[in-house]
Design a protein around this ligand. Structure first.
Ligand SMILES: Nc1ncnc2c1ncn2[C@@H]1O[C@H](COP(=O)(O)OP(=O)(O)OP(=O)(O)O)[C@@H](O)[C@H]1O
Ligand SMILES: [Mg+2]
Length: 443
């Protein structure tokens, strides 16, 4: 039996693929018969257990005492990699949490497939970090050592859009110059590749990869923008401070704290509630910063400066109840609702009786307009880097959860009015392609 596999460790979802007895790429069921698993981990403090995927989210939503983490991949290559996370009485380095996620994923796949997996091809975005080669290399090295520590004997990497191309190549019947589009949770990646049934047999495909390009924008950025534009103002974002005379005493006390947060101090000399708290609360992998003692202390102080204290009271209630991720889950769901509805609402009754925020498709469009534009520019730039014109592209292959958003899909489609657009398996294509690549590398 093959012991190689492909692992698509995604910002939002992960999959685990291998090659079956009929030499076909397959994805292994990881949870409740499903082949995708949310990239979420929950450390249950009372039971001293670790939960993965939907189970992790459910434990957290049910209010179990512990720590939920999502979007771990977004931390790779950033300064947050040096942070430690409080898990009960221990301060755990990020690398250990990553290892814990990967080893649980490996164990889950091995249980499901009833076999061991030793060699892995891990997917990677074209850039973990935009415009910083050193940080990018560090991100890959960190992921590689986590995979080794998780128990894999051999680890190699493949670009995620190239993996998607390998998956798509299984279904082509003639040579194509394809633009592969993978717009996921954390990144938007593009490859221009020459694919064909004959070429798929070749080991070395370097000459067939005409260009790779990527940008660090994905669905989690859409969540953040939507949250900041529509939800956070109800929790005090952009709130005005009271006139200074009314807060003179506070200013005296507040100056003691200014060393705690320079951002708070800088912005406090202006007229508005500091925005950094809201940016953290709207960013999956930064939410836990709000739960730190210093932060809660500063926010309690700031509450007295804000003209509409009620809004900060909502924020403090959310933080004290550690429901930041709950809000992020609701915002993400609202974004998903708006892919096929004109309107939806986020129920915040748990913060304040009858509090509900109405959202419309136009608000989503306004919130993410810039991001969609940048993604489109990256598609154009990747084709140019290949030395081609758009009309040279004979097929466009789309994958990644964020391509479900009509505005995103149309922004790519509009570039290719005469080219056939193929909609791949949004969540499975990269994992399948990594399994195919694993067979080439280890089979
Ligand atoms: N129906 C939908 N409408 C809009 N967005 C969706 C839908 N379904 C999923 N998404 C979004 O797609 C993203 C996840 O996509 P995907 O699973 O392809 O990403 P990923 O592989 O985890 O991330 P990456 O490849 O960037 O590391 C999330 O931001 C999610 O909210
Ligand atoms: Mg992906």
């Amino acid at each position: 039996m093959n012991t190689f596999c492909g692992l698509d460790f995604g910002t939002s979802n992960s999959t685990f693929g291998t090659i079956d007895q009929n030499n076909k790429a397959i994805l292994i069921p990881l949870e409740d018969g499903k082949v995708t698993i949310p990239s979420a981990i929950f450390f249950h403090f009372e039971e001293n257990r670790t939960f993965l995927g939907r189970a992790a989210l459910n434990e957290y939503i049910d209010g179990e005492f512990g720590r939920i983490m999502r979007s771990l991949k977004s931390v790779l290559g950033t300064s947050l990699m040096d942070e430690k996370t409080q898990i009960k009485s221990q301060l755990v380095p990020f690398a250990d949490i990553l290892t814990s996620f990967l080893s649980h994923l490996k164990a889950t796949a091995e249980r499901s497939a009833n076999q061991a997996f030793e060699q892995v091809v891990l997917g990677r975005p074209v850039h973990f970090v935009d415009g910083d080669k050193e940080a990018d290399l560090l991100a890959q090295d960190t992921l590689e050592s986590a995979a080794i520590r998780a128990g894999f004997a051999e680890v190699q990497f493949q670009y995620e859009p190239i993996a998607a191309a390998l998956d798509y190549e299984q279904s082509v019947d003639k040579e194509e110059i394809a633009l592969i589009v993978d717009i996921g949770g954390g990144t938007s990646d593009f490859s221009v590749v020459r694919i064909s049934p004959e070429r798929s047999e070749r080991y070395d495909r370097k000459d067939d990869i005409l260009a790779n390009g990527g940008i660090h924008i994905g669905g989690t950025d859409f969540d953040r923008k939507l949250s900041l534009e529509t939800v956070m103002p109800h929790l005090g974002y952009k709130s005005k401070f009271k006139p200074r005379a009314q807060t003179a005493n506070f200013e005296k006390n507040f100056s003691i704290r200014k060393s705690v947060s320079t951002d708070t101090y800088t912005e406090s000399t202006e007229m508005f509630m500091p925005s950094s708290y809201y940016h953290d609360l709207a960013t999956w992998h930064k939410i836990h910063h709000l739960y730190e003692k210093n932060t809660i202390g500063s926010l309690n102080d700031l509450a007295f400066r804000v003209a509409n204290k009620n809004l900060i009271d909502r924020l403090l209630k959310l933080i004290n109840r550690r429901e930041g991720h709950l809000l992020a889950i609701d915002v993400e769901q609202a974004k998903i609702d708006l892919t096929n509805m004109q309107k939806t609402a986020i129920d915040l009754d748990y913060l304040e009786k009858d509090l509900s925020i109405d959202l419309s498709i136009n608000q989503l469009h306004d919130a993410v307009d810039n991001e969609v534009d940048k993604i489109q520019q990256q598609a154009i730039a990747t084709i140019e880097e290949a030395g081609l014109k758009r009309s040279d592209i004979t097929k466009v292959f789309m994958t990644g959860g964020t391509t479900a958003i009509p505005m995103v899909k149309q922004s790519i489609e509009s570039l290719f009015p005469h080219t056939e657009i193929i909609n791949g398996d949004k969540f499975g294509s990269v994992g399948m392609g990594l399994a195919i690549d694993a067979m080439r590398k280890y089979g």
